[in-house]
Ligand binder design. Structure first.
Ligand code: CP
Ligand code: NVA
Length: 301
């Protein structure tokens, strides 16, 4: 069976640290690996994307490979061809597939039927590539992630799920501030804390912001979500300058983007000096190149 990059939880801390090390080496120009020479990497998008699509496409080219961008609407998938047949056929044409799927089940079914590496480019459940870039950005700002207070505000979505996975692998304190009805699945939190994660849940966002090193939020309506009463319910969890004042003076702000200014974050915070969102987006490129290096057995000499 080939190696895949489906979830942070599937990986050992050492493997994640090795991938991050390669990402830092690539970014600083110390190495320029080309493990994808003569290889084609396909990407299937069932949802929109700016960062994931561009960073993978550029990264694959920089690694010597050929990217192939596909939207599920243009494929026979949209006319009912099975995921299994699609995965088996694509395994004979290309060398790996990155999928951004509506449903995590689709990703897993694709993986089960593939003979080549499969990468999770976001599903309704998780977004592991994003969290690798976020951790890299945190390491750049604080040198390490261990012991930091990392505070999440708002909806318990796919990006937070990957942060919870990361909390089982790296020794930081994950604080989650969200209202009733938007809190993470209790079973998931129990499983994570049973495997050593330090996670605290708050209803009061001020408590989660106190002495925080990293403040993170994401859109209140993720792709595929109904608006319902989300905007009203999540309003008290906005990351604004008042909340930021409670954090450590050198705290940074992260957001995977795209952001809605005035909803989950105010303009002064996301466009302010402590926001690292553009570096974070840049780091998608370096970490994904490092993930591809890992999947194609690149070793630093
Ligand atoms: N953060 C992120 O995955 O962005 P895109 O949806 O633009 O790919
Ligand atoms: N939670 C967001 C992330 C977008 C990159 C979504 O799924 O829409």
């Amino acid at each position: 069976m080939s190696a895949n990059f489906i979830d942070i939880a599937d990986y050992k801390t050492k493997q994640l640290n090795d991938i991050l090390f390669v990402a830092h080496q690539i970014k600083s120009g110390l190495i320029s690996p080309t493990p994808l020479l003569n290889k084609t990497i396909a990407m299937i998008f069932e949802k929109s994307s700016t960062r994931t699509r561009i960073s993978f496409e550029v990264g694959i080219k920089q690694l010597g490979g050929t990217p192939l961008v596909l939207t599920s609407n243009d494929m026979q998938l949209s006319r009912g061809e099975t995921i299994g047949d699609t995965a088996r056929v694509m395994s004979r044409y290309v060398d790996a597939v990155m999928i951004r799927a509506q449903s995590h089940k689709t990703l897993l079914e694709f993986k089960e039927n593939s003979e080549i590496p499969i990468i999770n480019g976001l599903t309704n459940v998780s977004h592991p590539c994003q969290i690798m870039a976020d951790i890299m950005t945190i390491q750049e700002n604080f040198n390490c992630i261990e012991g930091l207070n990392i505070s999440w505000f708002g909806d318990s979505n796919n990006v937070l799920k990957s942060w919870i996975d990361a909390a089982t692998k790296f020794k930081f304190n994950l604080r989650i501030a969200s209202p009733k009805g938007y809190q993470p699945n209790q079973k998931l939190i129990k499983m994570a804390t049973d495997s050593g994660a330090q996670i605290n849940l708050y209803e009061d966002s001020h408590k989660a912001a106190l002495d925080a090193d990293v403040l993170i939020t994401d859109v209140w309506i993720s792709m595929g979500d109904e608006e319902g009463t989300r905007l009203k319910d999540l309003k008290p969890y906005q990351v604004n300058s008042k909340l930021f004042e409670l954090a450590h003076s050198d705290a940074i702000f992260l957001h995977c983007l795209p952001a809605i200014r005035g909803n989950e974050v105010t303009e002064d915070v996301i466009d302010g000096p402590q926001s690292k969102v553009i570096e974070e987006a840049e780091n998608r490129l370096h970490t994904q190149k490092a993930i591809l290096c890992h999947l194609f057995n690149y070793k630093i000499k």
